[in-house]
Design a protein around this ligand. Sequence first.
Ligand code: GTP
Ligand code: MG
Length: 197
Amino acid sequence: LFTKPWVFRLGAPSLGLLPAMEGPEIAFAGRSNVGKSSLINALVGQKALARTSNTPGRTQELNYFNAGEGPVLVDMPGYGYAQAPKDKVDAWTRLVFGYLRGRQNLKRVYLLIDSRHGPKANDLEVMGLLDKAAVSYQVVMTKADKIGPKALEAAIAATREAIAKRPAAFPRIVVTSSEKGSGVDLLRGEIALALSG
Ligand code: GTP
Ligand code: MG
């Protein structure tokens, strides 16, 4: 799956412009700047498939990527970015939350959490929404190259505690660095499993 060439298929700025629900979709959600777009690029091994940026608020639509007829990877706007104009932030939040709770062909959500910060209030809010909608999700810790092993262990422990007893949370946490490539192969395996289940 990840050895095929992936292409950008479409960007949906609102829920009404999403394509018909067809094949399985795998979505990447998380706070602004957590590394969603970078992780998609690392997964497919294409540096510039999804647009990335140093400044939060880069991804502003639901961006669909596929490799031919197979599953779709959905890059999403981040949540929790207070610097953007309020009407924009509100629109992104509506788009992301609306998509997450109302997409029947959404196979699994990868919920990205920065290894340096651990789960924040809005991450817990998204977990609650996914639990309620019974949408399977799995946490990915990002930017593991940016902290030492002790701090990383603490962030993983905090995350483990945050997902414990949550009905729709998948128990395995995947620790990644898109920069170094660590954990990426493991994540490919998890996605393949999610798609086959
Ligand atoms: P929005 O679309 O704005 O919500 O951001 P995003 O979650 O898509 O983040 P993006 O992939 O654009 O990455 C944000 C910044 O973090 C960029 O400067 C990336 O180069 C950097 N970054 C992403 N992943 C990693 C990583 O694993 N390690 C390091 N060191 N930097 C990373
Ligand atoms: Mg992005």
